[in-house]
Design a protein around this ligand. Structure first.
Ligand code: 475
Length: 829
């Protein structure tokens, strides 16, 4: 009753007295206690890594307190929850982000300095949690931070890969991939929940069985794997709320083994058990191609099955039937990777909970929302039918049934337009039949979101045109954003302090729109001076890093020009390098006197190529070959340097972005669904050199074209230019720089041949040639602006001040209100 409830709450508040204190003495005691009892080192002798471990454990204790309170609070309130399903999260490091969100960074820094340690030095000891590839995976990480900060009753599900994204090692300028077994040094940020375990089944057959006087299909699986939960507490900023990122690990199950033990082949049986663990052991490193591999399908279903058992168990704890399910559960599909969840919900409701098909379908149609992150039709995931048939035979049946119902209804709407029917079908017919996961997701979700305005337009008019015409109400977009906690507060503390000082408040850390308040100081001389100081210190830090990584000394007076992101032809790192070659060529051909007018540049490129993506790997090698030539040419000296930053990841980004003057986002228009790197640069006062693609189009609306360097064909011009084929006009300078590569000016001419071929007239799908001239003009405009440092600083301030809209807080609020129908559920302090 009510009295009982009140007593519980009182008790909870009473217990708060016992929470861990955060004064320097308590923190020192806690750290030393963990040195001795958790890390099991002597209090009198431990190194930086051991100090980091102890520190991390003391932070973990504080996270756990809030996390428990939040879970209790959610349970008591039983609000509608959002379950975020993603196969990838690029979390990066936890330490700094955690203590900042907990509001105890300074206390820890004090405590550590009294113990003779520096907080930053210990923070560097942590390895990245790199459980994802690129933009999509980092977006999940930003969004989970916003979900926690905004007090939403959310839970993120993912896989606990033992091998994160490979480490990129450069040998002789070539990329090599090394396994990243990141758990080798332990992971203090996760909590193993050995009692939260679910069996996940695979293979077998579907049998027909009598049921209630009729027949029904039942799946008789053949193999079982256990899914064990590992919980990562995610603290919000400025709130007690701490939500869960629950990652599943695969473990062998005892349910399979009866047979093998009887045969007496004990050793083989035990060895076989270990193959269960491979399911969650490795992250697939391709961020665009789908190879239809069985292990990948197993991962997807393992993830989906475990998450849904967990979600349904939680629901059933508080509800006796499924009537309220759509009022309590929202499931967000992060791209199609988790879209088997749709089929699994159908199967569980029908086969296990014995709901009718129409009741189950009714529920499914209310709970799923789907966000797509791709533009290219070839980026859409397809699962070969024969794979599904052997691994998940009952699921295949259900997909066929969903498709049958869908096509029958569709025929009534559009008639017998067979071309269109076959385009929209969930099943792709042909030599190798396959399931179109995007079509499945659209048919079964109430909402389909794009990740920027232009992306949504392309979805409606090209990629999913047929579906848009059928269900215009389903199509929406939520422009991506990034979390200012990580991308300003953690990564750029001095800028953070400056912003708070000039705004007179720290409120912008929870409400990024407040940054607009800095616009009025865009020409203020005092701000300019402080701003330049902050930027210079960040550049010095980056210069030091460059020197240790590559041995190249760079001048902080030069413009730091950065392009960091996955290597892709459509992202056009090759265009950047050809531009650098052009710059080099110009300097070489100048009179000595004229060289004084050249604006010095440090060009920085970083990013990983998918292991099987040959052209991308050649771009990396070309970057090194060109760098070798330029960096050793006394003619150019400090006027031009080129460095490749190896093993680009979240923590490298945290170091590079605050030190960048200019950053490049130069995809062929219509190819970057959104792009989120640009937002991080913007927040840090870096100017953008960009094409009118993805979210850049909306950035222009916020900060004005005058404050950026824009170039290139527009989205609607791209198809027209492609039409022209061999008749396309390409500037002479472009032909010249490509020829330099082709003719071996940088060596390795055989190796670079196919790369050069890919941009020859008639072959140049990504339009490097036709955009080259306007690219060079934009670069020249950037040089001009840089000469006038006051002007540049003003543009830099306005970039930052105009970035408010690109917080993931704004994105998540839009999802919560418009797509998920959830409300904040704030844990009392
Ligand atoms: C877009 N990754 C960016 C970002 O919305 C966008 C695909 C298949 C398998 C594994 N990973 C992927 C992506 O598709 C991806 O990262 N897409 C990116 O999503 C967030 O800002 O434009 O390219």
């Amino acid at each position: 009753g009510l009295g009982e409830e009140r007593a519980k709450v009182d008790r909870m508040f009473g217990l708060m007295d016992q929470f861990l204190k955060n004064d320097p003495i308590t923190l020192q005691n806690d750290i030393l206690r963990h040195v001795e009892y958790t890390v099991a080192r002597s209090r009198f002798s431990f190194d930086d890594f051991e100090a980091y471990q102890a520190l991390a454990h003391s932070v973990r204790d504080r996270l756990i307190e809030r996390w428990h309170d939040t879970q209790v609070h959610f349970k008591r309130k039983d609000p509608k929850r959002i379950y975020f399903l993603s196969l990838e999260y690029l979390m990066g490091r936890f330490l700094s982000n955690s203590v900042i969100n907990l509001g105890i960074r300074d206390q820890y820094a004090d405590a550590l300095s009294q113990l003779g340690f520096e907080f930053e030095v210990l923070a560097e000891q942590e390895g990245d949690a790199a459980l994802g590839n690129g933009g999509l995976a980092r977006l999940s990480a930003c969004q989970i931070d916003s979900l926690a900060t905004l007090d939403y009753p959310a839970l993120g599900y993912g896989l606990r890969y033992q091998y994160g994204l490979y480490r990129q090692v450069i040998l002789d300028g070539y990329q090599h991939e090394q396994p990243y077994y990141w758990l080798n040094f332990g992971n203090p940020w996760e909590i193993e929940r050995i009692h939260v375990t679910y069996p996940v089944k695979f293979y077998g057959t579907v049998e027909e069985e009598d049921f209630n006087g009729g027949k029904r299909q039942v799946w008789v699986p053949k193999e079982t794997v256990e899914a064990v939960a590992y919980d990562n507490p995610i603290p919000g900023y400025g709130t007690r709320n701490t939500i869960t990122l629950r990652l599943w690990a695969a473990k062998p199950s005892d349910q399979n083994d009866m047979e093998s033990y009887n045969t007496g082949d004990y050793i083989d049986a035990v060895v076989n058990r270990r193959t269960a663990e491979t399911i969650s052991s490795i992250l697939y490193p391709d961020d665009r191609s789908h190879q239809g591999k069985e292990l990948r399908l197993k991962q997807q279903y393992f993830f989906v099955s475990a998450s849904l058992q967990d979600i349904i168990r939680r629901f059933k704890d508080a509800h006796s039937n499924f009537d309220d399910f759509p009022e309590k559960v929202a499931l967000q599909l992060n791209d199609t990777h988790p879209s088997l969840a749709i089929v699994e919900v159908m199967r569980v409701l029908i086969d296990e909970e014995h709901l009718s098909w129409s009741r189950a379908w009714d529920i499914v149609c209310k709970i799923f929302s789907f966000t797509t992150h791709t533009v290219l039709p070839e980026g859409l995931e397809k699962i070969p039918v024969d794979l599904l048939e052997s691994l998940l035979p009952r699921h295949l049946q259900i997909i066929y049934d969903i498709n049958f119902n869908f096509i029958e209804k569709l025929k009534k709407r559009i008639g017998l337009d067979y071309d269109r029917l076959s385009r929209m079908s969930i099943v792709e017919e042909g030599a190798a039949k396959s399931i179109r996961m995007a079509n499945l997701s659209i048919v079964c979700s109430h909402t389909v979101n794009g990740v920027s305005k232009i992306h949504a337009e392309l979805l409606k008019t090209r990629v999913f045109k047929d579906f848009y015409e059928l269900w215009p109400h389903k199509f929406h977009y939520k422009t991506n954003g990034v979390t200012q906690r990580r991308w300003i507060v953690v990564s750029n503390p001095s800028l953070c302090a400056l912003i708070s000082k000039w705004l007179g408040t720290e409120a912008w850390i929870r409400n990024l729109d407040l940054l607009a308040g800095l616009q009025e100081y865009a020409t203020n001389a005092d701000l300019h001076q402080e701003w330049k100081m902050v930027r210079k210190v960040n550049k010095m830090r980056l210069a030091e890093y460059i020197e240790t990584m590559s041995g190249v000394k760079v001048s902080v007076d030069a413009m730091f020009d950065v392009q960091i992101k996955r290597i892709h032809e459509y992202k056009r790192q090759f265009l950047n390098i050809l531009g650098i070659i052009h710059r080099y060529d110009c300097i070489k051909n100048m009179e000595k006197n004229d060289r004084r007018n050249v604006v010095p540049r440090v060009c920085i490129i970083g990013g990983k190529a998918a292991p099987g993506y040959e052209i991308a790997k050649k771009i990396i090698k070309l970057c090194h070959a060109v760098a070798e030539k330029i960096n050793n040419d006394p003619d150019v000296d400090d006027l031009l340097k080129l460095v490749f930053i190896p093993d680009y990841n979240v923590s490298v980004a945290e170091l590079v972005i605050p030190g960048a003057d200019l950053s490049q986002h130069i995809s062929t228009a219509g190819h970057e669904a959104s792009g989120t790197g640009s937002m991080k640069f913007l927040m840090n006062g870096c100017l953008l050199l960009a094409t009118a693609d993805g979210s850049t189009i909306e950035i222009i609306e916020e900060i004005g074209a005058d404050n950026m360097f824009l170039f290139g064909a527009k989205v609607n011009e791209v198809p027209v230019l492609r039409e022209k084929g061999p008749a396309l006009k390409v500037p002479l300078q472009f032909a010249r720089v490509v020829r330099m590569v082709r003719n071996g000016y940088f060596g390795f001419e055989d190796y670079f041949k196919s790369l050069c071929d890919s941009v020859e007239v008639g072959n140049d799908f990504y339009l490097l040639g036709s955009d080259f001239e306007s690219y060079l003009e934009a670069q020249a405009a950037a040089d001009m602006a840089f000469v006038d440092q006051e002007k540049w600083t003003q543009m830099s301030i306005l970039s930052m001040a105009g970035s408010g809209r690109f917080s993931s807080d704004r994105t998540i609020e839009e999802y919560a209100e418009k797509t998920w129908g959830i409300e904040p559920c704030r844990c009392p302090f």
